[in-house]
Design a protein around this ligand. Structure first.
Ligand code: ATP
Ligand code: MG
Length: 360
């Protein structure tokens, strides 16, 4: 069988990023050879410590290697200084821009045996909306003095492509289910989130574009059902009946809020993966930060990173390899013998990783 070489950049960053990213590398190296995958790893710098050493939070070499010498990457976490530090800004935000990683994909899933099981993916547009950061502060006596305003920008192009990605993810999840991957859902569903009853032009455009993209024949033929929901009622239902969602697509700000809210449903930040995705490139990134409170203790939960590694593989077209990792992680959680302290267990990062590697 011909083998495929995947070149993966490893960017541990700060804090527990350095303790969990090696787990991502190890699980890739432990994948069965029958999958025909080979990996080549490059260690790359970014983060606050890199900034303090070199004056750049995101060195040029890191961007160059990712652009020209990698198929995908794993990003750990970077610490955010409590006070603004001159010249420092988040390297992951810069990376998303430089590599045009226009989607943030966040699966939120419990084990199937949970009391109320959840299995959803939030697909968040990541380039526009209020995040264009065009704000200004003005003054007008008629407004009562100083006031401020911000631009919310929604484009046809960005809305069509994010909804298309949501449709592709829904189809892929269905394929995984049909190949025996356990799930609470029987058929694919995409929920479009907006507030077009108030913002008829911006969110109205998002809604129209998302519907248009999801009406493409490959989604219709693939049985992808489409529904829409106003964001406030979505929050309510997300907390009352989270099991009813499969794929959610949202503009930037709502997506940000929904994905943190949904992450709260599964018990620990240490479980929740994400991916930053563009055309033909994906960076897996655990949702948690650098967790300074547990740094250096060897107890960080590696599962968010292992799942982010699998998610990266999905976007590189390696669903089978991804499914193997997800299955091994779920088996560890279902057995619940070797759990890290955030899940009420006593196991170290190393013990959790080796248990999951054994299950591959
Ligand atoms: P940052 O500014 O880098 O985001 P933070 O102080 O906000 O740092 P987070 O990493 O966001 O910390 O974590 C929030 C809480 O969740 C902390 O108490 C942390 O210990 C816990 N936590 C986060 N990730 C993990 C993990 N992988 N394993 C165990 N606990 C975690
Ligand atoms: Mg944080």
């Amino acid at each position: 069988m011909a083998s495929r070489l995947l070149r993966i950049g490893l960017i541990p960053g700060d804090g527990i990023g350095r303790e969990v990213i090696p787990a991502g590398r190890r699980i890739l190296e432990a994948l069965p050879s029958s999958l025909g995958l080979k990996f080549e790893f490059t260690d790359l710098d970014a983060g606050f410590e890199t900034f303090q050493k070199t004056g750049a939070a995101l060195p040029e070499r890191t961007v160059d290697v990712l652009k020209n010498g990698c198929d995908g990457a794993l990003f750990g976490a970077v610490s955010s200084p409590t006070k603004a530090v001159k010249g420092y800004s988040s390297p992951i935000v810069a990376l998303r821009k430089k590599l045009d990683l226009y989607a943030n994909v966040r699966p939120v899933k419990t084990v199937a045996t949970a009391a109320s099981p959840i299995d959803m993916v939030i697909v968040r547009e990541n380039t526009e909306d209020l995040y264009v950061k065009e704000e200004r502060t003005l003054e007008d006596p008629a407004m009562g003095g100083v006031y401020a305003e911000a631009i919310k920008r929604i484009s046809t192009r960005a809305s069509l492509r994010i909804a298309t990605m949501a449709g592709e993810i829904a189809l892929r999840r269905q394929k995984l289910r049909e190949s025996g991957f356990a799930s609470i859902h029987k058929s694919p569903l995409v929920t479009i989130t907006h507030k077009s009853n108030v913002l008829s032009q911006t969110d109205g455009l998002f809604r129209t574009c998302a519907k248009e993209a999801l009406a493409a024949s490959r989604f219709v033929d693939g049985g992808v059902a489409v529904e829409e929901q106003i964001v406030d009622s979505m929050v309510y239902k997300l907390f009352r009946q989270p099991g009813s969602y499969d794929v959610i697509v949202a503009p930037n700000l709502y997506g940000d809020i929904l994905s943190d809210g949904a992450a709260a449903l599964v018990g620990s930040l240490g479980l929740v993966p994400s991916a930053n995705v563009g055309e033909g490139f994906a960076i897996g990134e655990p949702c948690h930060g650098s967790a300074p409170d547990i740094e250096g203790k060897g107890v960080a939960n590696p599962i968010a990173t292992l799942r982010s590694t699998a998610l990266m593989l999905e976007f590189l077209g390696e669903e089978q390899a991804a499914a193997k990792i997800y299955t091994a992680v779920d088996a560890n959680l279902e057995e619940a013998k070797l759990l890290s302290p955030d899940l009420g267990g006593k196991a170290t990062t190393e013990e959790v990783v080796s248990d999951i590697l054994k299950r591959l």
